[in-house]
Design a protein around this ligand. Structure first.
Ligand SMILES: C[S@@+](CC[C@H](N)C(=O)[O-])C[C@H]1O[C@@H](n2cnc3c(N)ncnc32)[C@H](O)[C@@H]1O
Length: 349
């Protein structure tokens, strides 16, 4: 094969790596590695991104990055850290995304047993631990960040019930959980026994390890969830536009698949505004989420004060949306928005 024939494939691999690196793409160490994109599995870029996110020195210093990846045991994930500074060679990967292995718990995954161990900003959530995970004492693990976003078990069970065959289109048999976090919703969906397949995506390896571990604690059957370590927008984009780039186990029929999305709720006004402007939600706005999922039925799990007028605009022509406020202890905790798939444009015949 001539060098010219290689150009488009390299460009695709590099673009995928750039997307995965996000804001760290311009870091000198990232730039050094990008030409190796063709030889590296997609998962490597997620791990490199996490290392760059956590340690600013790793953005400039290749030895520091190499050390971080080596101490994090990333060799097992296909990054050959011995050779990272000259040629980041790893197992070549035919597919951009593939099912994740069972990831090991890391130092970032904790099972706190007493308040004295818990960082101050999580203490409020720790005191609610049994309503978040009733099996908490069986060894539930969470990253510190996951405490802020996890869906409490009664709410997760209620959503799973809302989507049960008696209440929702039984022709939908496959569920994509786009932001799996520590597993709150994924576990409830899996235990509902309603889905032929569940695909759960999480981009942070430590959080995904917690979700897999927590699912085991809850007795979720091994194999009933296909986990993906990666970017759910990339997954959905490829599922809709380039399914052949995905590992065969990740290709599903769009007609029978629906998406559940509980994204991060960052943004200037989420905690303070009477009505939360969903166009300012960070890092993903309402429209960005809807654009990614609109070819399938989807449920968005949003802040309770979300602007209902912005949501109403997402209703397909002539249809109404169902919006449910999920309450606990007399107060709403979140809003669930049930959005049918956009109808394909009518053919001209
Ligand atoms: C609000 S939490 C989800 C909580 C989850 N439903 C639970 O009950 O544990 C959002 C999660 O999405 C992850 N995340 C953010 N952006 C992502 C992306 N583009 N693809 C996949 N996961 C992402 C974050 O790391 C975080 O763990």
């Amino acid at each position: 094969m001539s060098a010219d024939e290689n150009v488009p494939a390299d460009a695709i691999e590099q673009q995928l790596a750039r997307d995965m690196l996000g804001p760290y793409v311009d870091a000198p160490t990232a730039q050094l590695l990008l030409p190796q994109a063709r030889q590296m599995p997609q998962i490597a870029w997620q791990i490199i991104r996490n290392a760059l996110e956590q340690n600013p020195q790793a953005r400039d210093d290749i030895n520091c990055l190499t050390e971080l990846l080596a101490t994090g045991g990333q060799v097992a994930n296909g990054i050959n850290t011995d050779r990272l500074d000259t040629s980041a060679v790893a197992e070549p990967s035919e597919f951009s995304l593939k099912p994740a292995e069972r990831l090991p718990l890391t130092d970032e995954c904790h099972h706190y047993t007493g308040k004295h161990e818990v960082p101050w900003d999580i203490q409020k959530y720790f005191s609610q631990r049994y309503s978040i995970f009733s099996y908490y004492d069986s060894g539930v693990h969470m990253t510190d960040d996951a405490w802020f976003g996890v869906t409490p078990e009664p709410v997760a069970n209620q959503i799973a019930y809302e989507l049960s065959e008696d209440h929702y289109d039984p022709e939908k048999t496959i569920l994509i959980d786009a932001f799996s976090g520590a597993g709150g919703n994924t576990i409830a969906f899996a235990l509902s026994d309603r889905w032929n397949r569940i695909i759960a995506i999480e981009r942070d390896p430590a959080t995904l390890a917690c979700a897999q571990h927590n699912a085991e604690i809850y007795g979720v059957e091994p194999g009933s969830v296909t986990w993906i370590l990666g970017d759910s927008f990339e997954y959905l984009d490829q599922l809709v536009n380039n399914p052949e780039r995905l590992h065969p186990d990740l290709r599903v029929d769009l007609q029978t698949t629906m998406v559940f999305a509980s994204p991060p709720w960052g943004g200037p006004g989420y905690r303070t505004d009477e009505i939360f402007d969903l166009s300012t939600m960070q890092p993903y706005s309402l429209n960005q989420l809807h654009e990614a999922y609109k070819t399938m039925d989807h449920v968005l799990f949003l802040p309770r004060t979300s602007d209902i007028r912005q949501i109403a605009k997402l209703a397909p022509e002539g249809e109404k949306l169902e919006v449910i406020q999920y309450c606990a202890e007399g107060a709403s905790k979140a809003m669930g928005v049930y959005i049918p798939a956009e109808k394909p444009p009518a053919s001209s015949d």
